[in-house]
Each structure stands twice: as structure tokens, then as C-alpha cells.
Design a protein around this ligand. Structure first.
Ligand code: ADP
Ligand code: MG
Length: 394
């Protein structure tokens, strides 16, 4: 199923059409069509498409809008209709809404008002199953410091840079007590998940979007609380709803989870995930904990097929072999990330993700292939990030 929203504009003022189109271009997965000559009123056969949103103008001199609305409602019953008008008279607004408009925007309108209205429609279309939901990938280290934050941030940045549109990827930091994602992205969060939870009763697209921080890669971050004591106000049910709304707005949602303890919020992230990546290294404590986490996840009724082990800081010749690790894990390791201390350290110190700072480094190329695998774009099925000296996949 496609994630694209089709928006058709039937407005006679070309300048207004261009302004609207420019505003909509900032959104991900939106296809804009310009209609003319009362195409909307003629229906699907005339336009050969079924729009999710139709944007109309309103000529204050005539009552045209009511006739157009009634026809369009009839030929496109599933589409939302936005009316753009210079008329501020509340009576007229009520009449237009009663005639079937979904939104009424008075010119000159604020770009945010328009884009948020479009995103609200996206949420509704997703709920009704007309548009696909985004995929959630959670990352958790089987013990502290194995690399969940480094890997989740760089995966999210790579996915964002590869997205057709700028803002298709969200990174959600639910490592509430030590949220490091903002540090790695060199962002001083002015808004965090706490701002949403404090106003939770009015959670909608505007509140959520208002709390997301845009990174230059195109990624949008929902940062963890700045003061660790704030994390206590966040309830698991709130995390569930927030991630749920993110899946209706973004193609891919990366969640960085805390490793110290598995919280209710973490479990909700896992539940929403299409993949839960447990970061391990080739050490017994890491593997034992990975097994423990897996058992706990399964006890909560989360499917085993979602759980994947990813090995970080892989170096050939480690004391424990991959085969031994896999015997304990009971599953093939999904991916191997190489050890690349100097590139990662300089990226941390510069506040720039390694895939951006050193795109040609071993670790960056590896992370790019990992995201290819997530997007089903990897040529070889066997390849999981490392090869033998003879070029065979390990
Ligand atoms: N592939 C890697 N190569 C070298 N060092 C790494 C690698 N991945 C992570 N590290 C190091 O491990 C540290 C902890 O990583 P981090 O992502 O913060 O772990 P976690 O979020 O699991 O606690 C980083 O500061 C970095 O120094
Ligand atoms: Mg971390």
C-alpha cells in the first residue's frame, strides 16, 4: 500500500496555487496535482485519479462554492475538501463547513496551519487503512554502552538522507534518563517528549509536530527529557499513543531504548515495532542479557520473528566466535557492525553523525548497507555486513 497522499488544487489564482504547492512540498509523500476547468466537479473519470484532499478557492462574489462542494462531495465522497477564502464572516464559514468542507482557511494563511491540516488528514486516512503506516525499528543494547544510540542515530540519519522527501524519518528517544541522541546530533532540545506528555489531553498533529526538532539530515527528533527527573511523568500509555501517531506521520520511526531496565514505555515501543534490534557484542554477559531480554519480550506476547540480534564492534578473531554466540542466542545474527573507534570518537566529539562526518569510513559504509537491508535494497540476501578474506559473506 502506498504512503503517498494525493492532493489536488483547483484554484483560479495561479499565485495562490504556487504558494500552496510550495508549502506542501515540505511534506513527505505528498503528490500535488493542479486541476482547472471544473475538473473536480466531473469526478474520477475526468481526472483519472482519486485525491485524498481537494483544495478549492471561494469566490466571495458568488455562491459558487456551495454548488461545487455539493458536486465534489458526490463524486469524491472519500476526499477531504479544504476551502481557501478571503471571507472571514463566521456565518459564511459555518455554511461552507456544513456544505461539506473539511477545513476552511482564510488567506493569507499560515503555512503551518495548512500543513498541519494536511497531516491531520493523513492520520485519518492511515486510521481508515487508505494509507500505509510507517515501520518502527527499536534499538536496545543488551547491556549499557554497546552502541544502541550510535547505531540508532546513524541508521535514522542514513534513512532520512535517502528518503525521497526530507521529513520521512523520525527518531524517538525513549532513553528517558540519559537521552544521548540529541548530543550525537548536536541539538540542544528546546522541546522534548515531556512537552507532549504535559499537554497530553490535546495530543494531535500540531502538538506532536511542534515538539519534533528537525536535523539538517532531514530527520526529525523527538528528544528525551532534558532533566532526568522529568522522565517520571511519562507513562507507558502515552509513549504508546505518541509512537502510534508517529507511525501515521512518518515512513520510518527509529526508537532508541534504554538498556538499564525494560520499562513499560520500552515494551510499548517493542509492541509497535516491526523489528526490535538487540545490540550485542561477542561477550558472555552481553549474550546472556540478550537471551534474557528476548525471553522477557516473548513473555509479553511479542512475536519472536520481530527480534533480531545485531553485533556491534565486530572484529575478526575475537575470543568468542559468531557460531558460539548464535548457539546461545538460538538465532542467526542479523547484522555485524565493525569496530571503528577513531571515526566514531571524532564524530561524537564533533557532534556530527559518523555517516555524515566520515561517509567513506568502514562503519559508515556498513551502516549504509544495513539501511539498504531494512529497505530491501540489498543485492545479496546472505550479506550481513562482513566478508571473509576471500570475499564470501560471513
Ligand atoms: N562500532 C563501533 N566502533 C567503535 N566504537 C563504538 C562503536 N559503537 C559504539 N562505540 C562506542 O561505544 C560507546 C557507547 O555507545 P552508545 O551508542 O552510547 O551505547 P548505548 O546507547 O548502548 O549505551 C560510544 O561512545 C562509542 O565510543
Ligand atoms: Mg544510549
Amino acid at each position: 500500500m502506498s504512503q503517498t497522499m494525493n492532493i489536488s488544487i483547483e484554484i483560479s489564482d495561479h499565485e495562490l496555487v504556487n504558494t500552496i504547492t510550495k508549502n506542501l512540498e515540505f511534506l513527505n509523500d505528498v503528490r500535488v496535482q493542479k486541476w482547472y476547468g471544473a475538473m473536480a466537479e466531473k469526478g474520477e473519470l475526468s481526472v483519472k485519479s482519486s485525491p485524498n484532499i481537494i483544495i478549492l478557492d471561494d469566490d466571495p462574489e458568488t455562491e459558487e462554492i456551495f454548488r461545487r462542494l455539493s458536486k465534489i462531495r458526490h463524486v469524491f465522497p472519500l476526499a477531504a475538501v479544504f476551502v481557501i477564502s478571503t471571507v472571514k464572516d463566521p456565518k459564511h464559514i459555518v455554511a461552507v463547513m456544513k456544505a461539506g468542507a473539511t477545513e476552511y482557511l482564510v488567506t493569507p494563511f499560515n503555512a503551518k496551519v495548512l500543513t498541519n491540516a494536511v497531516e491531520e488528514i493523513r492520520v485519518k486516512m492511515t486510521e481508515r487503512g487508505h494509507i500505509a503506516r510507517g515501520a518502527v525499528y527499536s534499538f536496545i543494547s543488551s547491556k549499557g554502552g554497546l552502541g544502541s544510540t550510535i547505531l540508532s542515530v546513524n541508521t535514522a540519519v542514513t534513512l532520512a538522507r535517502n528518503a525521497r522527501n526530507g521529513n520521512a524519518v523520525a527518531l524517538c528517544d525513549i532513553s528517558f534518563q540519559s537521552g544521548d541522541t540529541s548530543v550525537l546530533l548536536d541539538i540542544l532540545p528546546e522541546t522534548t517528549i515531556v512537552d507532549i506528555c504535559k499537554n497530553f489531553h490535546r495530543l494531535d498533529v500540531s502538538l506532536l509536530k511542534g515538539a519534533m526538532i528537525k536535523h539538517k539530515s532531514g530527520l526529525e527528533l523527538l528528544a528525551a527529557p532534558v532533566s532526568p527527573e522529568d522522565y517520571e511523568i511519562i507513562e507507558a500509555g502515552q509513549t504508546e499513543k505518541i509512537i502510534g501517531l508517529l507511525t501515521k506521520l512518518y515512513d520510518r520511526i527509529i526508537v532508541d531504548c534504554p538498556s538499564m531496565s525494560i520499562t513499560g514505555s520500552t515494551m510499548e515501543a517493542f509492541r509497535a515495532s516491526s523489528k526490535v534490534f538487540i545490540v550485542i557484542d561477542l561477550s558472555l554477559p552481553a549474550i546472556r542479557n540478550a537471551v534474557r531480554i528476548t525471553q522477557m519480550i516473548r513473555k509479553h506476547g511479542i512475536g519472536e520473528e520481530k527480534i533480531e540480534f545485531i553485533l556491534n564492534r565486530y572484529e575478526k578473531g575475537a575470543t568468542l566466535s559468531i557460531e558460539e554466540a548464535e548457539k546461545n542466542l538460538g538465532k542467526r545474527i542479523f547484522w555485524l557492525f565493525p569496530n571503528d573507534f577513531s571515526d566514531i570518537m571524532s564524530s561524537i566529539n564533533e557532534g556530527e553523525p559518523v555517516v555524515q562526518l566520515h561517509p567513506r569510513s568502514l562503519i559508515s559504509k556498513n551502516i549504509m548497507s544495513f539501511t539498504d537491508k531494512l529497505r530491501n535494497k540489498l543485492g545479496s540476501k546472505d550479506y550481513r555486513g562482513a566478508k571473509t578474506a576471500f570475499g564470501k559473506s560471513i
